[in-house]
Write a protein that binds this ligand. Structure first.
Ligand code: NOJ
Length: 733
């Protein structure tokens, strides 16, 4: 009885919520139609137009209904003032939607997305996005151009820093977490942001890793590798997507009817809107598929780009094309409808202004800084730890030599796209270590060299410092401007003379702990054997120094795992774990197999890899049922035991391999992961439940199917060392 009434109660609740939402949607559609009906052509293209910054001319255009959106205008006061022009002085009073690149925090800067993904912690990543949204929204921002969900298999590409690495499954999980974090429970909540999955699509596939470059990929690779995180964004309710700069196999993505119209708005039923990237419609002229901006505008709009960012391609000149039938009025109506719908969903018509007092209360709130520290710690990946040099034993230590251009640098930790992040908020590694050690341990600091220039004049000072120390901590890597947009590199070694300085310090025979700060995998083969430990700390945001100090001293046991492969050499790129077998898989004793003659094919550090100060032992992989229908669930369990002396977190990863299919399949594909906390000596049984449907692939006709046959199931703490079993998928009778 109790059960039935509880069930009925839940059912009523669900119906009320669903119906309530539906009614709201119906209301919104009615309001959108009403507005559309009243709009002139100029007002319609106005809604489809976005400009950066503000000035008197733009403000007059807003008054005339010729701009629907701005980006890069920051601060509650200024945004309220401009919004007032739109709402109170324009004919129809349609509010502006104001966007900004809030990528990894607004003022409280979190780790860059590539770093954060190494935490594999979707809960914390969602929380960080929620905080970023609160801070930015309090400054009058409604919309963030994030998350960047581009899969990146080429570390030369500087924008690898902005995404979650090389894997579509992990990328999808990170996408979902960020979209839910930014958008919260309701877009109408004034402290949430409209999210934007970008850059649609395959922008990360740039040839040679050179930003903005050509992409030439098959439909299969598009669907299997690059599209899934975008689908995850749509499934999580993302309100907008951004069309990219690149072409795919001859068709620029900002004029691509196949990806935008057919897949996104057709197959996936996306009802939000698409904004172009900065002038990416205008660039159709340089791509060579439009003779001028007007033709570019027609191509962009026809493909399904609803809003033109800084391209000046959607103009009233289009009216004549509508009149002569070249352009369908329906396309314009559809674009405006999508944009207005989102403005209603954001509640901008009811509450166009933000309370100006919120900024002070929210920005850099103590809780936000605490979350920044937690995520920064979890993002650190321990790559090497010989002779257990780490954690540093403060009882046995008298003196540390702290060397390197980034050891006391307040800029690099902010990374690319630091939004309103300020150097004054940053804790450097030097400061972090001082916070931890106080007067207990002497720290001799010597910069040694710069990141980029080749001066060796400070080498001697650094060598002297090393001689006086028990251990040397070297903080090296890339400055913030060396990754992110337009920051591709052809050489991935430590820049400048940093490697040389490591070699010089190594001559002292002191143990060296190398702390890396970088926005992408770098090649370490030239110095790896010279150092005792390597701590990958990326660009961790304002709490960088405290997080690193926590790890170096063992107050936090590192748990991060790489979400991108570290190559031995640039020549191995592209290198990624989920590659195909080839007809001649690498066999060391057979020359005529797929390999290099001058390097192993394996990476220096594989996907999923990361050490801890304790050890985890995997045993007893089991499947609940080894004959499965495609409608079943695959249930896999494994025992994970902490066999070391301290507690720690382990990221348990599950991979599959479709052994024989109608098309070739990757040798491994991530299909599940879990972060588990284990005390010293503790053992847990970790269970994965995976719908068999998720094991499928696109067949010869590009239909997603789970083909019957054998699947390898692998579980482990990285993509190489795994326990293996198999299951059989059988045909539905
Ligand atoms: C160009 C970048 O590609 C994109 O990611 C960003 O959102 C826009 N500029 C706006 O700043």
């Amino acid at each position: 009885m109790k059960f039935i009434s509880k069930f009925l109660f839940t059912l009523t609740l669900v119906i009320t919520v669903v119906l309530g939402q539906h009614l709201k949607d119906v209301e919104i559609e009615a309001k959108v139609n009403e507005l559309l009906h009243q709009m002139t052509f100029a007002e319609k293209v106005g809604q489809m137009t976005q400009f950066s910054g503000t000035n008197k001319r733009y403000e007059q255009m807003i008054r005339e209904g010729k701009i629907g959106s701005l980006l890069n205008v920051i601060g509650a006061e200024v945004n309220n003032r401009i919004q007032k022009i739109a709402v109170e002085e324009s004919r129809l009073g349609i509010p502006l939607v104001i966007g900004l690149d809030v990528i990894h925090g607004y003022r409280t800067i979190f780790p860059i997305p590539l770093a954060a993904s190494a935490s594999w912690d979707t809960v914390l990543i969602r929380k960080a996005a929620e905080i970023a949204a609160k801070e930015a929204a309090s400054a009058g921002i409604h919309w963030t151009f994030a998350p960047m969900v581009d899969i990146a298999r080429d570390p030369r590409w500087g924008r690898i820093a902005e995404g979650a690495g090389e894997d579509p499954f992990l990328g999808s999980a990170m996408t979902r977490a960020q979209v839910l974090g930014f958008q919260g429970k309701s877009l109408a909540d004034p402290l949430t942001l409209l999210a934007c999955g970008k850059h649609f699509v395959a922008y990360g596939g740039a040839e040679g890793g050179r930003d903005y470059n050509t992409v030439d990929i098959s439909e299969r690779t598009l669907r299997e590798i690059y599209l899934p995180p975008f689908k995850a964004a749509v499934d999580a309710g993302v309100g907008t997507l951004m069309s990219a700069f690149n072409e795919i196999s001859g068709v620029p993505t900002s004029a691509n009817q196949f990806t935008l119209r057919k897949i996104l708005k057709g197959e996936w039923g996306f009802d939000g809107f698409v904004v172009s990237d900065w002038n990416s419609i205008g660039e159709l002229v340089a791509h060579g598929i439009a003779k001028d901006r007007l033709e570019a505008g027609v191509k962009g709009l026809t493909a399904g780009v609803d809003m033109d960012m800084e391209g000046r391609c959607y103009t009233t000149d289009m009216e004549a094309l509508v009149a002569d039938g070249t352009l369908s009025d329906g396309l314009i109506e559809d674009a405006v409808r999508r944009i207005l719908r989102m403005k209603f969903k954001l509640g901008l018509f009811e509450h166009p202004y933000i309370d100006e007092n919120l900024q002070k209360k929210l920005i850099l709130h103590q809780d936000h800084i605490q979350t920044a520290l937690e995520l920064a710690r979890e993002s650190i990946v321990l790559l090497k730890n010989e002779k257990d040099v780490l954690p540093l034993n403060r009882k046995e230590l008298n003196t540390i030599a702290l060397i390197g251009p980034l050891a006391d640098d307040k800029d690099a930790p902010l990374g690319t796209w630091r939004c309103q992040g300020k150097q004054e908020d940053v804790v450097t590694v030097y400061e972090g270590l001082k916070n931890k050690f106080g007067d207990d341990v002497k720290i001799i600091y010597a910069k040694g060299c710069d990141v980029k220039n080749n001066s060796r004049s400070e080498f001697n000072k650094a060598i002297k410092a090393a001689r006086k120390a028990d251990v040397v901590v070297m903080v090296m890597g890339e400055s913030a401007d060396m990754s992110g947009e337009a920051a591709s590199r052809a050489d991935l070694n430590l820049p400048g003379v940093q490697a040389e300085l490591i070699n010089a310090i190594a001559e002292t025979n002191k143990p060296i702990v190398l702390v890396l700060m970088n926005g992408r995998p770098i090649t370490l083969s030239n110095i790896e054997s010279k150092v005792t430990a390597i701590v990958e700390s990326w660009h961790l945001g304002i709490q960088h120094g405290n997080a690193v100090a926590n790890v170096l001293t063992g107050d936090y046991n590192p748990s991060g795992k790489l979400t991108v492969t570290f190559p031995r050499s640039v020549g191995q790129i592209p290198i990624y774990y989920n590659h195909k077998s080839s007809g001649r898989p690498n066999n060391p004793s057979d020359k005529f197999t797929s390999k290099y003659i001058d390097l192993p094919s394996s990476p220096l550090y594989p996907f999923g890899y990361g050490l801890s100060y304790t050890e985890f032992r995997y045993t007893g992989i089991e499947v609940e049922n080894n004959r499965l229908l495609s409608t079943d669930e695959l249930v896999v369990s494994v025992n994970v035991k902490n066999t070391g002396k301290r507690g720690g977190d382990e990221v348990v990863q599950l991979y599959i391999r479709d052994m024989v299919g109608s098309v070739t399949r990757p040798v491994k594909e991530l299909k599940g992961f879990q972060r588990v906390a284990l005390e010293a000596g503790e053992q847990k049984t970790v269970q994965f439940q995976i719908p068999v449907r998720n094991l499928g692939a696109y067949d010869l006709d590009m239909n997603y199917t789970v083909e019957p046959g054998e699947f390898g199931i692998m579980v482990g703490g990285n993509s190489v060392n795994v326990l293996t079993t198999t299951v059989e998928v059988v045909r539905l009778k």
